[in-house]
Design a protein around this ligand. Sequence first.
Ligand code: UDP
Length: 314
Amino acid sequence: MKRVLITGAAGFLGSHLCDRFIKEGYEVIGMDNLLTGALVNIEHLFPLEQFSFFHHDVSKFVHVPGELDYILHFASPASPIDYLKMPIQTLKVGSLGTHNLLGLAKAKGARLLIASTSEVYGDPLIHPQHEEYWGNVNPVGPRGVYDEAKRFQEAMTMAYHTYHGLETRIVRIFNTYGPRMRTDDGRVLPAFFSQAIRGEGLTVFGDGSQTRSFCYVDDLIEGIYRLLLSDYPHPVNIGNPDEVTINKFGEEVLALVQNPKAKLIYKPLPVDDPKKRRPDISKAKEILGWEPQVTRSEGLKKTFEYFKEVVNVD
Ligand code: UDP
């Protein structure tokens, strides 16, 4: 049985990855410091012999007994309000945490896949974003702690690949959504669903003309799984190119939730908020034979089922 270590295991993406690797017959070792993750996302795995869990902060030295075949580094605060609240932890987990896991991968002869992000492109000056674009990031702006940690993470990972010959994979993840997102994580989808279900105003930042391209979580996990098992060491975008304005996205949530008390309201745009974002996924198509299968209307319906259960209505 192959052994895989997943950091950020109790988070949104980490927990879905744990499920996928368990399903594929791996032994899964989950690690999380529970800063933004929640055990409820993985509690169904605790009875399984194939699964174990370490409560640990990967920015400190990481020890895992026994052999490891793969490591997936998904630990990090990942929403703008989280990394604004925890700037130092965000920088540390992307930099020191990555360094520790690279060291662990080297010691174990394991392959390491790191979770990078479309944020490495910053507020992009080209559209859509392909992997050769170097980005437009403000290093000292409020989002810089996340963006620069992820950029350093990529640089460090490539250095271990070229200098030590370590097997590494880099996925650049675009906006992803689905069950197990935290209702209060401040990202647009949890915010809009929670507000619509409670009959509050949906807080559109700015004039709502900025765009994002949302990928359903199952599609993303499939892309990551294929990338890990591929032999491609350079960054690959994984995301859904179906681009939408935040205004239209809000209208779609309103149409789905059907709460007559909910409507769009407008709030100031956060500093350095990217104006446009859409992945160019030519590489993922060519190298991994991957493209998203779930449309936004299907994905939103599935996600609504989850939020109906978890949003507290006063
Ligand atoms: N946004 C919004 N209302 C919210 C939260 C976010 O209008 O309550 C906007 C935000 O300004 C951005 C987009 O939605 O333009 C996506 O924000 P999110 O925090 O989900 O992720 P980002 O892509 O900015 O990292």
